[in-house]
Design a protein around this ligand. Structure first.
Ligand code: G6P
Ligand code: MG
Length: 220
């Protein structure tokens, strides 16, 4: 029974959540309200446009469409300043080893990210060439928790959704994977990601027989 893997990017392969946080926080402060790490949790996995809506809700601020576009642009420019400084040393612990392992097992993997900056980030950390396919914020019309991004990922893998394993750090992402009828792996806080089929604190915690025994048993 063949399996394939779909990786979220931000928070799973690289820790860009901290840069998103800094950029959103600056905007919130500019608009006159506080923006906490707990607030940031709500933006994980969520598209850029939707993130701004949530942020404005938090601050109870309403803006014209024109202002929104302006802030979306400046937030991304601020965020990209951090991204341009990234290098392979920012790949999260366990990610390289996991990709090596999948290569050795002959298990294909693609990216399934909400980010429009995903290709750039992968290039910054020298991982762009490793993925068999990339589905990102430029190729989807419906953001997570809609399953679209992962369903396109399954197509790229030439597999049925039930054969796909999704690694996610975001509530919206786990929900999307579950809706897609895939096996969801929550990376991060167990309580936050309790809807996932499996939970691990980080990619370093994945058992050695996960893809050879645990997942195949679960799929059968
Ligand atoms: C990822 C992150 C989100 C981010 C989204 C869009 O899913 O987890 O926090 O809002 O990508 O990112 P972008 O790079 O397109 O602004
Ligand atoms: Mg993520």
């Amino acid at each position: 029974n063949k399996i394939g893997v779909i990786f979220d990017l931000d928070g799973v392969i690289v820790d860009t959540a901290k840069y998103h946080f800094l950029a959103w926080k600056q905007l919130a402060n500019h608009l006159g309200f506080e923006f906490t790490e707990a607030h940031n949790e709500l933006l994980k996995g969520v598209s850029r446009v939707r993130s701004l809506e949530i942020l404005l809700d938090i601050g109870k601020v309403s803006l014209s469409e024109e202002k929104k576009q302006e802030y979306l642009k400046s937030k991304n420019e601020h965020y990209l300043k951090y991204i341009m400084k990234m290098g392979p040393e920012e790949i999260l612990p366990g990610a390289n080893a996991l990709l090596d392992k999948l290569d050795n097992l002959g298990i294909e993997y693609v990216l399934g990210s909400a980010s429009k900056n995903a290709p750039l980030i992968l290039k910054q950390v020298n991982l762009f060439e490793r993925f068999s396919g990339i589905v990102d914020g430029n190729s989807v019309t419906k953001a997570k928790p809609d399953p679209e991004v992962f369903l396109i990922g399954a197509q790229k893998l030439n597999l049925k959704p039930e054969q796909c394993v999704v690694f996610e750090d975001a509530i919206a992402g786990v929900e999307a994977a579950n809706k897609a009828n895939m096996i969801s792996i929550g990376i991060g806080d167990k309580n936050t990601l309790h809807e996932a089929d499996f939970n691990f604190k980080s990619l370093t915690e994945i058992p050695h027989d996960f893809f050879t025994a645990v997942i195949p048993e679960k799929i059968m």
